[in-house]
Design a protein around this ligand. Structure first.
Ligand code: NAP
Length: 300
């Protein structure tokens, strides 16, 4: 295992589950020492003899690093790579898929969008040949928690603090507020499910930072609440995609998705409207998605 604070650690007997809650210096308890001399993912992969790497470092929307390097190293060493970090899909999807195929390993990422709800595996395993024309949805929990909180009378800062307390906000919350996290999710869905490589700067992006509590509450009272809406649509030339605050009529299912809940509404050739809603997930939902990927990876 590795974190920034604890560094790279390997132990053939495994670690206590309480390791991350303890101070780094006391991390391994009496009679156990840190594995000495591990300074990189390559050294860790060799020392741990890992069969599977779980990658859950913080999102870097601009580069996808260091997650890409971790996943690349894992696949090169012959381990499966499972990630909750969307950066590598946007910045290195083709390379990592082809590396996984060459090495006969799996590169899986179900937890990157909607916390492990089976979206990628649904298209891969249950909708063969279905053509995805477009989608729209609410894919960022933090901004949805903030907008819901503001509708209930909290200030922007109070609502943000609530999202941070829940553990759903990115470490750098501006990535949520400015729409980066949502844009990276849109890019991941477009890349994998629509087969179109889209750069982040091709997604028209506007965050919720300009919305005041007064404006948000008035919109809800008028029956057209604000939501940070993600959209992608095929055109003759490729895909257009947007992330921006939109007023959504109450007749639209998106209007009723509150707090940490999320929704994606797919438009396909066979199913004109196929919606998946995730109501009030806990943090274990993301962990479950990674566990489900692990089972897929190791099941022949
Ligand atoms: N939280 C959610 O609900 C959720 C849902 C779906 C997907 N995700 C994705 O899952 C990932 C993790 O989310 P999170 O909320 O747990 O993020 P987080 O709170 O930022 O935690 C990231 C972890 O990665 C470690 N880390 C960061 N950079 C590292 C590096 N260069 N080398 C080694 N370790 C490093 C951190 O170590 P230190 O703590 O020691 O700094 C920390 O343990 C993100 O990519 C996020 O987008 C999160």
């Amino acid at each position: 295992m590795a974190t920034r604070r604890l560094g790279w650690q390997a132990d053939s007997e495994g670690f206590d589950t309480g390791l991350l809650e303890t101070a780094p210096t006391a991390a391994l308890g009496p009679g156990r020492a840190r594995t000495p001399g591990l300074h990189s993912v390559h050294e860790w992969l060799r020392a741990a003899g890992a069969d599977v790497l779980f990658e859950a470092t913080s999102l870097n929307p601009q580069s996808g690093q260091p997650a890409i390097d971790h996943i690349r190293a894992a696949l090169e060493s012959g381990a499966h790579a499972i990630t909750a970090n969307k950066g590598p899909i946007v910045h290195a999807y083709d390379e990592l898929c082809s590396l996984a195929a060459t090495r006969g390993r799996r590169f899986l990422f179900e937890s990157t969008v909607m916390d492990g709800v089976p979206i990628f595996s649904m298209f891969r395993d249950s909708l063969p040949g279905v053509h995805l024309r477009g989608f729209r949805g609410i894919l960022n929990s933090t901004t949805n928690v903030i907008l819901t909180g503001m509708e209930e009378g909290l200030s922007f800062q109070e609502s943000l603090a609530k999202a941070q307390q829940m553990g759903v906000a990115e470490t750098d919350a501006s990535q949520d507020i400015d729409g980066w996290d949502a844009a990276v999710k849109v890019a991941a869905l477009v890349t994998v499910l629509m087969g179109v490589r889209i750069r982040l700067d091709e997604i028209e992006r506007e965050g919720i930072g300009k919305l005041s509590g007064e404006v948000v509450r008035a919109a809800r009272t008028q029956g057209k609440p604000y939501k940070l809406v993600c959209r992608a649509q095929r055109t003759g030339h490729g895909v257009t995609a947007t992330v921006r605050p939109e007023q959504v009529p109450l007749s639209d299912p998106l209007a009723w998705v509150a707090g940490t809940s999320s929704i994606v509404y797919f438009e396909t050739d066979i199913f004109p409207g196929l919606a998946i809603t995730e109501n009030h997930p806990g943090l274990e939902a993301t962990a479950y998605g990674m566990l489900a990927d692990f089972v897929r990876a190791v099941t022949p």
